[in-house]
Design a protein around this ligand. Structure first.
Ligand SMILES: Nc1nc2c(c(=O)[nH]1)N[C@H]1C(S)=C(S)[C@@H](COP(=O)(O)O)O[C@H]1N2
Ligand SMILES: [Mo]
Length: 254
């Protein structure tokens, strides 16, 4: 609502009802573009394909609005150690015993796209990154559960600067050892609470919870937090993701 509030300030002299009318009009105009999508597609609700198309368009429109209201300074709540959920729930698109086992010796993080330093990173090099910090936040899964956990690592913004990423690019994409993939918007990548983590509950990330590396984003839903990251790329071409390509809303954040 940043822009609406800005608008409210610039209208200081106006009466409340006038301001409310203007706000309504702004909402209507945005609402209309959504209605127009449904009208233009001439959607026949018995035709699954055109319904699908309209839903996709609505979700992409939703991404734009969420990006528009995203406040890079707004922080997700943090909690004391006593609030940590134990045992912490596991989730993936497979069962816990099928989590990938990544060989720490042979591991290399591959970098590509709009980054200056494309040299791959070994685990000892990643562990040596400074400064390292810990954060206790709530992880929320679309499947209807949430849990509070502690993750430690480096600010993702520090890492992106270190590799000379183009910070004006639109997206950062991730590929994982279990063939999962996802992508996020650059403002979220640069958010101060977005961490590239190596530890969970003060231990090296256990295999099911994302060894060797998980991107922890407390401002986004669980499925936007990739575990077992093996490659990263910076791009202006929409990369989608494993669940996103099956209909989960891409932005899925606050
Ligand atoms: N590589 C990978 N990352 C993933 C997933 C996955 O299946 N593979 N699942 C996502 C989903 S839906 C959730 S809720 C969280 C679960 O993380 P947890 O096992 O640490 O609770 O990981 C996310 N990141
Ligand atoms: Mo999830």
């Amino acid at each position: 609502m940043k822009r609406l509030f800005g608008m409210r300030q610039s209208l200081k002299g106006q009466s409340r009802s006038q301001i409310e009318r203007i706000e309504r009009r702004l909402f209507l105009r945005r609402g209309l573009s959504l209605g127009a999508v449904a009208l233009l597609s001439g959607c026949d609700v018995t035709d699954a394909e055109s319904v699908q198309k309209v839903l996709w368009a609505m979700s992409r429109w939703n991404d734009r609005v969420q990006d528009w209201i995203f406040d890079p300074g707004r922080l997700a709540p943090e909690f004391p150690e006593s609030a940590i959920t134990m045992p912490f729930p596991f989730n993936a698109f497979y069962s816990m015993d099928q989590a990938p086992s990544v060989d720490p010796e042979g591991y290399q993080l591959e970098l590509s796209g709009l980054v200056r330093e494309k040299k791959p990173w070994t685990l000892p090099e990643l562990y040596a990154l400074q400064p390292q910090l810990s954060q206790i936040t709530r992880h929320i899964c679309v499947e209807g559960w949430s849990a509070i956990g502690k993750w430690s690592g480096v600010r993702f913004s520090d890492f992106l600067r270190r590799i000379g990423a183009d910070l004006t690019a639109k997206y950062v994409g991730f590929k994982c050892a279990d063939r999962y993939w996802t992508s996020i918007d650059m403002p979220t990548a640069l958010h101060p609470q977005t961490l590239l983590t190596f530890r969970f509950a003060d231990q090296i990330l256990p295999a099911p919870f994302g060894f060797p590396m998980k991107l922890r984003i407390p401002t986004k839903l669980g499925f936007k937090n990739p575990k077992h990251i093996v490659a990263m790329f910076v791009t202006n071409d929409y990369p989608g993701g494993y669940w996103e390509d099956q209909g989960y809303n891409w932005f899925s954040g606050s």
